[in-house]
Design a protein around this ligand. Sequence first.
Ligand code: ZN
Length: 253
Amino acid sequence: MIDTHCHLTDPRLGAQLDEVLSRALKAGVRRMISVSTSIGDAVDCIAVCAGRDQLRCSVGIHPNYVGEEDLAALPQLRGLQANPAVVAIGEIGLDYHYGRELRDRQFEFFQMQLQIAADFNRPVIIHCREAVEDALAVLKQFPTVPCVFHCFTGTATEARRILDAGFLLGFTGPITYKKSDELREAVRVTPIDRLLVETDAPYLSPEPMRKQKVNEPALVAHIAAAVADLKKVSLEEVDRITTETASRFFRWP
Ligand SMILES: [Zn+2]
């Protein structure tokens, strides 16, 4: 199994990284992608991957961090593409829940980073909150860039819109939460070979481990189990298919 989205540089995980990685391995999570949210974090993510073949990383500036970053830093993001640990650009996107006042700046960073993805032929991890239509409109300008809408928490209608545009959906802990019936409907309408499982650790611990305050990659199996339940297939089948999809998408055989 692959945890396609976690933040191993977060101090809550970074401080106990060896234990986190060994618990992941014990749970059958053989590979993980550590996702960055700023340029500094991208450098840290690359460092975390060094000497650990089960790790790869994604580099990019999260829409909630565009206020603290300089557009002039983007060439540095290009420079990082040469590092063999880097498999994707992200997480990048639009967030109108937080930071709506920085909308124009979010657009600028989003477009410029998509251009890097297009130039380097990289898949992209999209962070999109309350902005599906605008994100899809921007992505239309970059038809060659494969994307996953990570931590999808929208409706079945929004899921269909994203799938119809050719993108993948990433599902996290919220699909296991009691109140998430609408979100589970989105999982049901998503073909099993068009989705990825991810923890977004240290955030969003899945049930029945929700009381564990710091989520970690080992718990991605609970998300896969919820997908298996909704799709009425075995956990092994979800593991096999999502691992294949992730390997192909991130070009990590
Ligand atoms: Zn994330």
